[in-house]
Every structure is written in structure tokens, then in C-alpha cells.
Design a protein around this ligand. Structure first.
Ligand SMILES: NC(=O)c1ccc[n+]([C@@H]2O[C@H](COP(=O)([O-])OP(=O)(O)OC[C@H]3O[C@@H](n4cnc5c(N)ncnc54)[C@H](OP(=O)(O)O)[C@@H]3O)[C@@H](O)[C@H]2O)c1
Length: 298
């Protein structure tokens, strides 16, 4: 049994990771901005601390007495919080707090595609965050995932936003290759990584057991929901001007220019057997899982 501080427990992936930590019999503390969102963990015996993961003092205090920190905190869009504040400064604050509190190791979750490339603001922010964390000198493992899918939230929410009457909008060609992994399997990797000293100092890229296109995953969703839609593939050149305009006027636009570019980028792990080679077990196939798990609205 380990003492673990989980940051980002209230998000799409965090809901899975938090329960996995408790299922494994670990002692869990979560740092959350809204304690009501952590009620399901509290009733299972987790300690809930209220604070912001961007506040150095709050994270350092929350890290007192724990052996490991798992951080899932990140933003996919540059507002209302900025990439710089959350994706870049956040990991530095995490590393410094972990050092100050004397934790043994950090598992930091990032995304496949993280790279220094000014054409991709999100990917650049994730790469910079990884660098900032490393610069603090903290001992840790970085896990980069391909697309993570679950019953609710994540890409399901994105798909729902693309339905307009009889049409379903696919940004770009829909042919970019993705290696989706189930939330439950991603959560298992994250929790198991805590007890794998051989992964320390490494960046591991993880995905599920099949390579499929964005359109294929979209088809799983349409079929599971029994939706008959005409798919409209809108090339980036057509979508981007509209996305720029919507980004300027909407708080939560259906798609952003950065997301349109990312939709055309392959999102593949370091091999089809990435999970089994690092963790020794095979993740489930999302293609077989989706028909029964996406059939109803969450
Ligand atoms: N979903 C995917 O397909 C996918 C794929 C690859 C990698 N990942 C990575 O997995 C991680 C989690 O992703 P997700 O999909 O679960 O994202 P999410 O649903 O947006 O969750 C983000 C979490 O970060 C927390 N957070 C954000 N800003 C914070 C702040 N200032 N202080 C405290 N907490 C803050 C959020 O808390 P609130 O509830 O308070 O907002 C939430 O718990 C990210 O690193 C992401 O890049 C996800």
C-alpha cells in the first residue's frame, strides 16, 4: 500500500484513476478546486484537500506525507485557463512542490504528439511542461497517451458537438491514425507505473491494441447510438476561418483552429504492444467495447 496524492482527479481520466488507486488498496489524497466533484472518492475513504494545482504552497502542503504524486492536470484549450499557466507552469510547480515535500516519485500524464513545433500550440505546451518538470530534478515517469475513451466525456462529448440535424461534421479527412485506449486500461497503467522504478526517468508512449482512423471511431459512436447521419468531411482550409471566428466570439466553440490541425496528425504510441511490453498485460480492444458502452447517453 502506498500513500498517493492525485492531481486532476475530477476530470475525465481522473475519475478512472482515482477509483483505480482506491481499488488497489492505496491511501489517496486528492487536491481539488471543487470538493463536491470529489464526493465519490471521499465516501470511499480518500482525503479531500481543497486548493489549486497552480498554487505552489497548496501543492506543497497537499504533498506532505505522501510517497508519490500522480498528475493529470492539463488543459486542451488555451482558455479560460492558459496553456502557459496550466500546461507549462503547472508541471514546474508540481516538480518543485514534490521536491520540497520530499516525495519519492511523480507520475506525470502527458499526450502523444508533445513536441516543440510552433504550428501546434497545444503539443508545444505539453512538451514545454515535460521539460519544466524535468528541470526541477524530480524523480518521475512521464506517460504520454493516445486517445483515451470512456463511457462519458472525452471524445464522446466532442462527437456530440459535431451533430447538426441530419449531418455529422468530421474535421478534415477523418483518416488520421489513432490508437485508442480504454480509460480503465489507461488508469491501470498510471497506477501501476507508481510501483515501477524501472520506468523512472523515462517518457513512455501508450495506446490500445488497434490502430484505427478518426472516422472509424466516429462510426463506432454513430452505430452505438443508432444515429443515421450524413457525414460531412470539411477540409481544414474550409473549417479553419470559421473556427477562428467562433473562437473569437464563443466561450466554448465546437472546435478550435489548433484542434483542426491536430485532427490531421497521427496519434500513435510506440508500438501496437506498448502496454504489454511495459506492463505485461494486454489492454482491451475499444472496437469491441464501444457498441455496448456508447449505446446510451451518460
Ligand atoms: N482524454 C484523452 O483522450 C487524453 C489523451 C491523452 C492524454 N490525456 C491526458 O490526460 C490528462 C487528463 O485529461 P482529461 O481528459 O481527464 O482532462 P480533463 O477532463 O479536462 O481533466 C483535467 C483535470 O485537471 C484539473 N485542473 C485543471 N486546471 C486545474 C487547476 N488550476 N487546479 C486544479 N486542478 C485543475 C481539472 O479540475 P476541475 O475539475 O477543477 O476543472 C480536472 O480534474 C491530461 O494530461 C491529458 O493531456 C488525455
Amino acid at each position: 500500500m502506498a500513500r498517493i496524492l492525485l492531481l486532476g482527479s475530477t476530470g475525465f481520466l481522473g475519475r478512472g484513476v482515482g477509483h483505480k488507486i482506491l481499488d488497489a488498496g492505496h491511501q489517496m489524497r486528492v487536491l481539488v478546486r471543487d470538493p463536491l466533484k470529489a464526493a465519490a472518492f471521499k465516501v470511499r475513504g480518500a482525503q479531500v484537500v481543497v486548493g489549486d494545482a497552480l498554487n505552489q504552497q497548496a501543492v506543497t502542503q497537499a504533498a506532505q506525507g505522501v510517497e508519490h504524486i500522480i498528475s493529470l492536470v492539463a488543459v486542451r484549450r488555451n482558455r479560460p485557463q492558459s496553456y502557459l499557466a496550466v500546461n507549462v507552469d503547472g508541471p514546474r510547480i508540481l516538480g518543485q512542490a514534490a521536491q520540497a515535500a520530499g516525495v519519492r516519485s511523480v507520475v506525470f500524464v502527458s499526450a502523444i504528439g508533445a513536441k516543440l513545433d510552433p504550428h501546434f500550440k497545444y503539443f508545444t505546451s505539453r512538451w514545454m511542461g515535460e521539460q519544466e518538470l524535468a528541470k526541477t530534478g524530480v524523480t518521475g515517469t512521464i506517460l504520454r497517451f493516445s486517445l483515451i475513451i470512456g463511457e462519458d466525456g472525452g471524445i464522446v462529448k466532442d462527437f456530440e458537438k459535431t451533430l447538426f440535424g441530419p449531418f455529422a461534421i468530421i474535421p478534415g479527412s477523418g483518416q488520421s491514425q489513432i490508437q485508442p485506449i480504454l480509460r480503465d486500461d489507461a488508469a491501470r497503467c498510471i497506477v501501476e507505473a507508481v510501483a515501477k522504478p524501472e520506468l523512472l526517468g523515462k517518457i513512455i508512449e501508450l495506446g490500445g491494441p488497434e490502430v484505427v482512423t478518426y472516422e472509424t471511431i466516429f462510426d463506432w459512436f454513430l452505430q452505438a447510438r443508432r444515429l443515421k447521419k450524413t457525414k460531412l468531411k470539411l477540409p481544414a482550409a474550409v473549417l479553419t476561418p470559421g473556427a477562428i471566428a467562433l473562437e473569437a466570439v464563443m466561450k466554448d466553440p465546437p472546435v478550435t483552429p489548433d484542434e483542426i490541425k491536430m485532427a490531421e496528425t497521427p496519434n500513435l504510441a510506440a508500438g501496437i504492444d506498448s502496454v504489454s511490453s511495459q506492463f505485461g498485460w494486454r489492454p482491451s480492444a475499444p472496437g469491441a467495447w464501444a457498441p455496448s458502452h456508447w449505446s446510451k447517453r451518460a
